[in-house]
Ligand binder design. Sequence first.
Ligand code: ADP
Ligand code: MG
Length: 662
Amino acid sequence: MELDGVGTKTSLLLNKLGIYTVEDLIYYYPKRYDVLKRSNMDYVLDKDKVILDGIVEGQPTIVQLSTKLKKVIFRIVDGRGMYNVVVFNQVYLLKELKYGMNVIIIGKYDKLRNTIVANEVRVGKLPKNPQIEAIYGATDGLNRKMITKFIDTALKSDIQIIDYIPDYIGDRYHFPDKLWSIRQIHHPVNELNYKRAKQRLKYEEFFWYLLRVRYLKYWSMNNCEFSVKKIFDNSKVSEFIKRLGFELTIDQIKTIEEIKRDITSGKQMNRFVQGDVGSGKTIVAFIASYMNFLAGYQSALMVPTEILAVQHYQNALELFEDTGVKVVLLTSSLTKKKKDNVLKQINNGEADFIIGTQSLIQENVSYKNLGLIIADEQHRFGVNQRKLLKEKGSNPDVLSMSATPIPRTYALTIYGDMDISSIKTKPIGRKEVSTFYKKEEDMLEVLKMMKSEIDKGHQVYVIAPAIENEDSEELNNVNKLAEKMECAFGKICKIGCVHGRLDNEEKANIMSDFESGKIKILISTTVIEVGVNVPNASMIVIFQANLFGLSTLHQLRGRVGRGSIQSYCILISKDPCDRLQIMEKTNDGFEISEYDFKNRGEGDLFGVRQSGQAEFKLADLRKDFELLVRVKKDADEFFDNYFTDDKYQEFRYYLEIDKGLN
Ligand code: ADP
Ligand code: MG
C-alpha cells in the first residue's frame, strides 16, 4: 500500500480488515464513538467509568502476579488530588512513562482503594472541550491507535475520491462535499455536522447501488445472448387452458401473457413471479413450461423439498396427460435404476419437463436442450444454485417464483434487474381464512373445533415446533402431540405424523394418504411449510405459535384455504404477542411482509440479495427505508434523463467496470 509507515507486515494485517488500498482506509468507518471528557471526581461512584488526566508521580513499578499476569502500578496527581493507577499486562508502559509526564487515564474507579483500574493510558492532556473520538474495529497486532493513525494519514494524502452523486442532486438537497463528509465521519466536530455528513454518504450508497441495478438491467436487456425466438402454436396453449376445469384469474392471465412476451422476444427471460400463498403460481409455471415444450425445448422445475417435488410431479402428470409432454421426477431418493433411467431420458431428450429438488443441478445431470428453468419458492435457493441450473442450458429463460411476499417498493429497488409479475387476485370462490388466537387453557375448545371440521369430512393440520426434545418439558413436539391427538381422535379417524427425520419413502406415503383423505389429521413440523397443496384441509392448528416468525406463520396458514371451503387457522400460545395479533387481523401477505420488514429487518426475508447489503456501510435497508424510496426515484430520474450526458462519462465507465465484477 502506498502509505507512509505501512510495511508489508502491516499491509497484511490491514488486509484482514478488508483494507487493501488507501481508499479502503478512508472508507473504513468507525464502529462507534467515545466522548473524551474529564470526569468530575466529586460525582464519581464506585466502579464508575472515569476519564482523567494528571502528572505521573514517582517511577511506575511492575508486579508479577503469576507467570502470565503482570500489573504496572503508578500514581498520578491532578489539581484535586492523588490517585493510584493499575494497568494489567501493558508492560511497555514501564519504559514509556516517566516521572512528571502528563498522561490521560481511561478506566474504572475503585473508590475504596482510591485506585483507577485503567484499560488505557496515553501520554498527553485532555482537550479543553469534550472531544468525540472514533473507535475502529481492530485486529490482533493492529490496535485502534494504529488504525486511527493510518486513517488520519490517508485522509491527509491527496487521494482522489469519486463523488457518485450528480451535481444537480447535490444541489437539490444541499449536500455537503464528499471529502468533508468523510472527514466528519472520522472526526465529528459536532452532532449537526456529523448528521449532515452521514445523511449525504448514506444517500450516495443507495444511489450508486440502485444505479448499478438499473444499469445491469439495461445492459442485460440490450446484450442478451439468447437469440432464438421461441415459436409455438398458441392455439394449443389456449386449448390446454380451456381444459383446466377452472377459469384463470386476471393476474394469472396477465402473468402468462408477460411470460409469453418474454420467451418469444428473442431475449433471455429473467422474470420474478410473486404471489401470495394459494394464489395459483404452479399452473402459471406449468403453462410456461408447456409453451417452452411446444417450441421444442426441455424445462426444469426446481423446488426446495422432496414433498413438494412429488406433489408437483403428480400434478403435472395429470395435467399433461395426452399433451405429448413427458414429465419426469428427479430426486435423491430414487433407486439407482430409476435414477439412471431418468438421467438417460434427460440426456437424450425423451424427457420434456423435469421436476426435482437440488438433484437437478448435480454434475451427472446433462440436459439435451434446456430452454426454461423455473425455481419455485426461489428464496429457498442460493444465488449459486440457480446459477448452476442456468449453466445447464445455453442461456435458458429463467422464471423465479416466490410466495414470500416482498414489500413492493423493496422488490422494485432490490430486484430491479428482474422483471416482476405479481399475482394478487385469488381464484374465485376462495374464502378468507379465519384466524384465532387461543390460550393453552382453551385446549378443549380447540379440540371441539377440530372435531367439527372432521365431522364435515374435512382434514386438519397440526403443527409442532419440534420433532422431539428430551430436555424440554415445555416444548410440544410431534410425538407428544401425536399422543394427545391419538387420545382425543384415535377412535374416530386416522392420524399421521411427518417430520424431517423420516426417510423420504415414509414421508411420501404419509403425504399421499393425507392427500387421498385416508389420514384426517396430519401432525407435522414446518416441513410442510412451503407449497403443499391439499384443498380439502380446512384447519391448521399451530402449537406454540409464538415461537414462529411471521412469514413462517403466514406460509403455514397458506396450507389451508386452498379450495372453496371455509378454513381456519388456530394459533395457540401461552401469551399473545404482536405477531399473532397481526395474523388475526389480516390475510394479506403483502401487508404482513411490510410489517415484518419494518419490525424485524430484511435478514430473514431477503436472503437472496444479502450480498448486496455488505455494500452499505452507513445506510441500513430497514431503518433508512424512506430514504431508499426517495433515492430510487432520483436514480430512475437520473438514468432516464441525464445518464448519457457527456458530463457523466465517468459514471458510465465505473458502472461498466462494476458490471464486470458482478
Ligand atoms: P401457490 O401460489 O401457493 O403455489 P398453487 O399453485 O399450489 O398455489 O395453487 C393452489 C390451488 O389453487 C391449487 O389447488 C390449484 O389447482 C388451485 N388454483 C390455481 N389457480 C386457480 C384458479 N384460477 N381457479 C381455481 N383454482 C385455482
Ligand atoms: Mg407453490
